[in-house]
Design a protein. Structure first.
Length: 374
């Protein structure tokens, strides 16, 4: 058994799971801002949204423009944990290959561009939609292990593969937020569905991105610098399944060589296990530890042999054969730390950047936002 390149597409990461540029409803406080707060309270709020916008300004809140659209780039790298691997051929038996195939490395890298229209429904609640397009790759290292006559396991081979993919993402999000005197707290969260052509179903993800920050006024009215720190958590749907043509997983001649070598290795290890068992005396064969060791080794080798036999039959009809797979995946480190900043030229135009790091996840975000009254 060698590489199953196309099977490893299933560890593709979700693209475009970012947070949007940070604006918030700010309660104007402080003696030096008394005149500004009074002018807000006396002014008539000119827009339909947010609901209760006029009441909020009457209480001294400086509201952002009620609608906007942002364009962002999001790049990330993260490690995944893969288990519960099942593989079958031509719609037949799915073979559990846990402990036979062990993933030593599963690293997902992706980059995407997303468009996000948003509106303030309430003075302290922003909602938005996500439309993203991205590219990514997964680099996976794995080993094949089989039981041996020593009571342990033998690594048959170690291999690696890298697969590229395209992805389209849609989703929605909401951000409860509050600001007082330029300090603010936001609890951004979004739900996305990412379509990767090699998967049966779109990959689902939930992002929770709590942030706290401070806005600093600059030279001109409404010109500000906004900085923040926070956390970034991604939760993926754990199950993934799919089907691909056998020839997409590996060239047919390599499939045949892999199957032949695998069957020969299974036969060799079976012979070694039998030789060890037959070398035991009857009292030794009656010992529970030896019985468990023998039965576990035979069962694992039988499972590997059945899988290889099924693969061999699929190779005999390679032109029409398919490979089916199913597995579970999860983030190795779901959380990472974030720091970011945003330059606000005025209430209409702003640009932002953010870095995420710590653990096995890292990301970078850059974007521009345009806002207007609605």
């Amino acid at each position: 058994m060698k590489r199953w390149q196309a099977l490893l597409l299933i560890v593709s990461m979700v693209c475009a799971t970012t947070s949007h540029a940070q604006v918030f409803s700010d309660k104007v406080v402080g003696k030096k801002n008394v005149d500004y707060a009074d002018s807000l309270k006396k002014s008539k709020y000119p827009y339909i949204l947010p609901i209760w916008g006029e009441k909020a300004t009457a209480r001294g809140f400086n509201l952002p423009y009620s609608a906007g659209v942002s364009l962002q780039y999001f790049g990330q790298t993260s490690d995944l944990v893969i288990d519960n691997l099942l593989v079958g051929f031509n719609g037949g038996t799915m073979y559990n290959l846990d402990n036979i195939v062990r993933f030593d490395k599963a690293e997902a890298t992706s980059g995407s561009v997303s468009l996000r229209p948003d509106v303030w429904v309430l003075p302290f609640l922003n909602v938005y939609a996500i439309f993203g397009q991205g590219k990514g790759s997964t680099e996976v290292g794995y080993s094949i292990w089989l039981p041996d006559s020593s009571g342990g396991e033998t690594k048959v081979t170690s291999l690696s593969t890298k697969v590229d993919f395209d992805a389209t993402t849609v989703g929605f999000g909401l951000t409860p937020t509050i600001g007082v005197g330029g300090g603010w707290l936001a609890l951004d969260m979004n739900f996305t569905w990412t379509d990767v052509p090699q998967l049966d179903q779109p990959a689902q993800a939930f992002v929770f991105d709590p942030r706290a920050g401070k806005r600093f006024r600059l030279r001109n009215p409404d010109e500000n610098l906004n900085i923040w720190v926070g956390g970034f958590r991604v939760a993926l749907n754990t199950g993934t399944s799919g089907s691909i043509p056998l020839s997409d997983a590996l060239p047919i001649d390599e499939w045949q060589n892999s199957v032949d070598q695998g069957l020969a290795r299974v036969a060799q290890l079976n012979a070694e296990i039998e030789a060890w068992w037959n070398s035991l005396t009857p009292p030794q064969q009656a010992q529970p530890g030896n019985i468990a060791r023998y039965q576990a080794a035979k069962a694992a080798l039988a499972r590997a042999g059945a899988f290889l036999e099924s693969a061999g039959q699929a190779v005999d009809h390679a032109a029409s054969s398919t490979v089916e797979y199913s597995l579970s995946k999860r983030q190795k480190d779901p959380w990472n730390f974030t720091v970011g900043g945003q330059y606000e030229l005025n209430k209409i135009w702003m640009v932002r950047a953010e870095l995420g790091f710590l653990g096995s996840r890292s990301h970078v975000i850059a974007g521009v936002q345009y806002r207007f009254g609605l």
